[in-house]
Ligand binder design. Sequence first.
Ligand code: KG4
Ligand code: ZN
Length: 338
Amino acid sequence: MLVLGIESTCDETAAAIVKDGKEIISNVISSQIDLHREFGGVVPELACRRHIDIMIPVIQETLENAKLELKDIDLFAVSKGPGLIGPLLIGLNTAKSLAFSLNKPLIGINHIEAHLYAAIMSYEKPISFPALGVVLSGGHTTLVLIKSLGNYQLIGETVDDAVGEAFDKVARILHLPYPGGPEIEALALKGDAKKYAFKAGVVKKNPYSFSFSGLKTAVLYAVRGQDNAHSKEKPTLQVACDISASFQLAAFTGIVEKTLIAASEFKCSQIIFGGGVTNNQFLRKLFTSTNPNLEYVWPALGLSLDNAAMVAGLAYHTFLAKGCGDSLNLEAETSIPF
Ligand code: KG4
Ligand code: ZN
């Protein structure tokens, strides 16, 4: 079965064709980073306009790369949420139009679930359920028990900023470009992680919940002073490196601890990762050095950031499980509870 997936939840316009949920035939991603960089984050209105301009060319390129035509596609899939409403509507309406005009089924996909499937689809070995899912992205910090594909139990999530969002905000404080994650990871390599005693937040109600807004404020005070006296000054390179290293360690220590405790409580031997932050090599090493006995399933290169291959791949399984497509009345959902 050939599935054409569309992804437009935030600032990537992407399309992909995946065969039988696993084999990526074509995968095109058009990033809008250049557009949003000068604003230090995603500007929804600009994102919408770029999605409109680029959506059809991206789909055309996806088909050309695969040497296929629209009539060869068996199923159309789209991220229906969570994400920014304008960008979501553009992807959703494109997918609906294609499905309707070609008389083919449509499947709407939860973008977060697709991030987890990105790691599963590129993993050679079988997944032994229950597995623990960890989504670390610009919009989400989520721990979820994967009982089987399509059957999830939310264990914990952030009560304020997502971890990727915290990286982006700290990068801004340090006068680094957007997106902040890769910049901070690079500077941290030359920094002293013990220089600043930063700590991520603890959430009393749920030990598996996350909080990063206090950590971000601690970085703000360290750079600008409690009274904002140094608000205009750019920190020196060494200060930026030390803050990056200390912040990164603080942000990841809690994530690693909570994940490993959850893995033990819910008897999971495999941890499945999704989202742009899981590109971070320091994070990957921190997990393996803290507990080398678990199996860590990371998304393959090119599948950790937003992409449509994960959407098309997951849609194959969703369609088979449902036995039919979704209604063309399918709505965009800016937030979807797990
Ligand atoms: O999954 P993604 O492409 O988009 C969302 O669904 O949010 O993730 C983007 C996020 C950004 O916040 C970016 O700063 C972060 O992932 N990121 C990283 C790294 N690469 C990307 N964070 C930490 N270290 C990295 N190497
Ligand atoms: Zn994402």
